[in-house]
Design a protein around this ligand. Structure first.
Ligand SMILES: Nc1ncnc2c1ncn2[C@@H]1O[C@H](COP(=O)(O)OP(=O)(O)OP(=O)(O)O)[C@@H](O)[C@H]1O
Length: 232
């Protein structure tokens, strides 16, 4: 899915959260949003997912304006991963994964799809576990399976490693990158962590609601080796 924010401004009574932001994300691309707290990262994610609307400017999906009429379908085609996993404590891992598709008419077997997604995040064995019986990293994996259950083409992640230690966080980022490739998703990820940001194809830096840098991440040396690339 191609995504573009065109001259997007989002204002609150006391401040301008985004100020004329232009951002184009290519199909299958992963873009990290970085910048200080309050710089507008989450606001971009909410606008990209159709959970919020710009005051000026527009959001385009595959070159088409995201109009009010298209919002519901767009939200259904978008997966969201949060810093605090937001699992329902009384539900098993599998039922948490299925929660987004329970109220919807779907053309697949829900349990089968839920188990497939738990397997994709390496937790098929823990389908019956309650969130309280899982580690932080495992809870985030369940939350990722839940985000993927509707097979979104766009994955939005807001500080997905913010509540995890660095080793567990690294595992979550690697998993997100692998799943993005496997399920051919476009991805926007907000993070304060430079190492997490460097896992993406591009790093966009925000400050006071404006984009102040937009850099392509150099491929890792081992990736260059695999491609037979030059390394000094
Ligand atoms: N509903 C709201 N009402 C008023 N102000 C808001 C609202 N939502 C966000 N803001 C403000 O908009 C600005 C941008 O917020 P946003 O959450 O996008 O920043 P962020 O870069 O994601 O920050 P963090 O890294 O702390 O998550 C902040 O100053 C925030 O206080």
């Amino acid at each position: 899915m191609r995504l573009a924010l065109r001259e997007v401004t989002r204002c609150y009574p006391e401040l301008t959260a985004l100020d004329g932001v232009d951002l184009a994300v290519g199909d299958g691309e992963s873009v990290a949003l970085t910048g200080p707290s309050g710089s507008g990262k989450s606001t971009i994610l909410h606008l990209a997912g159709g959970m919020d609307r710009p005051d000026r400017g527009g959001v385009e999906i595959d070159g088409e304006e995201l109009t009010a009429r298209r919002l519901d379908a767009h939200r259904r085609g978008t997966g969201f991963v949060f810093q605090r996993f937001h699992l329902l404590p009384a539900l098993t891992a599998l039922d948490n994964v299925l929660a987004p598709v329970l109220p919807r008419r779907v053309d697949f077997d829900r349990r089968e799809r839920g188990m497939e997604m738990l397997a994709a995040v390496g937790l098929a064995e823990r389908a019956r576990a309650l969130p309280s019986e899982l580690s932080g990293g495992q809870r985030q994996r369940v939350a990722i399976a839940r985000a993927l259950v509707g097979r979104p083409r766009l994955l939005l992640a807001d500080e997905p490693t913010g509540n995890l230690d660095s080793v567990t966080g690294r595992g979550i980022v690697d998993l997100l990158m692998n799943l993005r490739e496997q399920f051919e998703m476009t991805m926007l990820l907000a993070t304060h962590d430079a190492e997490v940001a460097a896992s993406c194809d591009r790093i966009v830096r925000l400050q006071d609601g404006r984009i102040v840098a937009d850099d392509v991440v150099a491929p890792a040396a081992d990736a260059l080796d695999r491609l037979g690339g030059y390394r000094p």
